[in-house]
Design a protein around this ligand. Structure first.
Ligand code: GAL
Length: 343
């Protein structure tokens, strides 16, 4: 009897601590994973490998802008804003530049992430900056040899941003980057480093213009790293190292950022390969009633990048478990924080 009662109470506590999306209200605007998402101009949102920064009641989405008619040698970051995370207004191209530091025309700018410094008021953008060791090299397979981060700053959120410099964070090779802002406002860069066979969580410097200190090194072949603090636990997830091709993304948990981190587990049935997507960010939406954690993933189309799609879904998360539900239409109320799955 006692055991039964105990199990009943334990099940209730587990259910209460799990964020599970409920049925959608009929009137709310709808998020359609994998569909074409139109901006205020009616154009497909072009912001891949993105990051999101919340400033007051507005979310700013920065991403790789990969237009069909890109000027050879130029690389771009786009910015969109939204007050409901469903309707997005194009705010321009905060970065529109040719290769810095003589990297050469066959260069790489990926996964922009923007931080806001509360004291200096600067907006600081981190980029994965790469290219061949020899700037004359034209072979695209050699375009990932520099393995650096670039830093750019602006006085306004939508820019334009002034490019400052590039470097290898903590002296390590760095390719995919992710961003994390903890509940106390501390800012971290997540970066994958092939030679060390893992990835780093590293604290930014006091002015955010540098990567100051290693918080954790997690020995796991994970990129597209994304991190969230939810109900007293840190959850980190990312993809395997298979380039543009999707793979089963995995997550681990820890009580403290520095670890120890648990083993990695699948976030979705592995045969779905994360429903054809790759992680880029975990976005926490804290409302009056609920907290929803959104998995933001890219469904890449390597030969038609301008047509790549976005898979955003509210996660089932809590008590050390995390699951990406099968994609379907859903709604989000940013005021209450409630996510609703459509029938
Ligand atoms: C992926 C990475 C992407 C891009 C791609 C190039 O592994 O997550 O951001 O770098 O490789 O093949």
């Amino acid at each position: 009897m006692k055991t039964k009662l105990y199990h009943g109470v334990a099940a209730c506590i587990l259910l209460l601590s799990l964020a599970v999306p409920t049925r959608a209200a009929d009137t709310a605007p709808i998020i359609k994973p994998g569909a074409i998402w139109h901006d205020d101009r009616g154009e497909h949102i072009n912001a891949h490998g993105g990051g999101i920064l919340q400033v007051g009641g507005t979310w700013y989405w920065f991403g790789e802008y990969r237009p069909k008619d890109a000027v050879p040698g130029r690389r771009y970051v786009s910015c969109y804003s939204s007050v409901d995370l469903v309707h997005w207004t194009f705010r321009g191209l905060p970065i529109d530049m040719t290769a810095p530091e003589g990297i050469g025309p066959n260069w790489v700018l990926e996964r922009p992430k923007v931080f806001h410094h509360a004291k200096t008021k600067k907006f600081v953008m981190y980029l994965h900056l790469d290219g061949p060791l020899d700037p004359r090299e034209a072979d695209p397979d050699k375009a990932y040899k520099l393995a650096r981060v670039g830093v750019a700053v602006s006085d306004t959120v939508e820019g334009p941003y002034t490019y400052l410099r590039s470097f290898r964070p903590l002296g390590q090779e760095s390719r995919d980057i992710g961003q994390f802002i903890d509940d106390d406002g501390s800012a971290y860069l997540i970066f994958e480093s092939r030679p060390t066979k893992g990835f780093f969580i590293a604290k930014l410097s006091a002015d955010y213009l540098d990567v100051a200190a290693q918080t954790a090194f997690i020995e796991a072949p994970i990129e597209g790293g994304a991190l969230v603090h939810y109900d007293g636990l840190y959850y980190i997830l990312g993809s395997a190292l298979t380039g543009w091709a999707p793979n089963p993304n995995k997550y681990a948990t820890a009580k403290e950022l520095k670890g120890p981190w648990s083993e990695f587990k699948d976030i979705a049935p592995p045969e779905t390969k994360t429903y054809g997507s790759q992680s880029t960010l975990l976005l926490k939406v804290v409302g009056t009633d609920k907290t929803t954690v959104i998995f933001m993933g890219d469904q890449w189309k390597p030969r038609a990048q301008w047509d790549s799609r976005y898979l955003w879904m509210p996660l089932e998360i809590g008590a050390g478990r995390l699951r990406l539900p099968e994609p379907r239409e859903w709604t989000l109320d940013v005021k209450t924080g409630a996510a609703g799955l459509r029938p």
